[in-house]
Write a protein that binds this ligand. Structure first.
Ligand SMILES: C[S@@+](CC[C@H](N)C(=O)[O-])C[C@H]1O[C@@H](n2cnc3c(N)ncnc32)[C@H](O)[C@@H]1O
Length: 227
């Protein structure tokens, strides 16, 4: 069954200097995830927001591999924001911005998205392992914000376990889903069809489903008829 962490830094794992937290899943998943993003990002430039960055390890990995992109990590958890800032400082890369405090349950995301101090229209929004460990309201806020801020050719990438048209893709995902719902009735593995419907309400269409290791998927949304 997939393991999940609600709050990094609370599991007794050593914390690196400056508050850099470590997500064990990052080490297993990052190369496969990065390869999918790279396919879309290759040859492009622009701003990408990572929603619910957690420790901040993914954004550092992406930024190192895609130096022409400006990366904007974000989260709503104070300790995670400290960890993201610490990983950013440790990496010393010029193309990672300070983490934004974005609570995805608010479709406005954060003031910086509106006052000119944050990114402009986005090339992409990337979000891994968030919407099943959060109320549906978070998926709604994430998709609404992406629909509002993506460029015409932009994409929303959602990584995690998903049901496909109402059915689990593996028994382990069904067990995982039950464990999430036992912990919080508002959590649970989300359905591709429900997300497709939600995205449509924000002007986005499901363009691609990429199968990933360990029964995970990446759902890629973009504007219908966009390049
Ligand atoms: C399981 S962790 C995944 C972290 C990271 N994306 C990764 O894959 O390693 C879920 C993340 O979602 C964040 N999160 C949960 N609810 C959120 C919300 N309402 N707004 C923004 N982030 C949220 C948590 O703080 C946590 O960092």
């Amino acid at each position: 069954m997939a393991e999940y962490v609600v709050e990094f830094g609370k599991d007794g794992r050593p914390v690196e200097s400056g508050g850099r937290l470590d997500a064990p899943a990052f080490h297993r998943n990052h190369q496969a995830i990065r390869a999918v993003l790279q396919k879309f990002l290759a040859g492009k430039s622009g701003d990408v927001v990572e929603a619910g960055s957690g420790t901040g390890q993914h954004v550092v990995d992406f930024a190192r591999q895609a130096p022409d992109i400006v990366w904007w990590p974000s989260d709503f958890n104070a300790q995670h924001l400290r960890s993201i800032a610490a990983w950013r400082a440790h990496a010393g890369l010029p193309n990672i911005r300070s983490p934004l405090r974005i609570d995805l349950s608010d479709p406005a995301w954060c003031p910086e998205m509106h006052d000119g101090s944050g990114p402009g229209k986005l090339l992409a929004v990337f979000c891994a392992n968030v919407i099943h460990i959060a109320p549906w309201l978070v998926a709604e806020g994430l998709v609404a914000g992406a629909g509002r801020t993506l460029r015409p050719d932009g994409r929303l990438f959602l990584y995690g376990p998903f049901k496909r048209d109402g059915k689990h893709t593996a028994i382990s995902n069904a067990v995982f889903d039950s464990s999430l719902r036992d912990r919080n009735a508002e959590w649970g593995v989300r359905d591709t069809a429900a997300l497709e419907k939600l995205a449509a309400s924000s002007g986005l269409a499901l363009m691609e489903i990429v199968e990933m290791p360990a029964n995970n998927l990446i759902l890629v949304f973009g504007r219908p008829n966009a390049g």
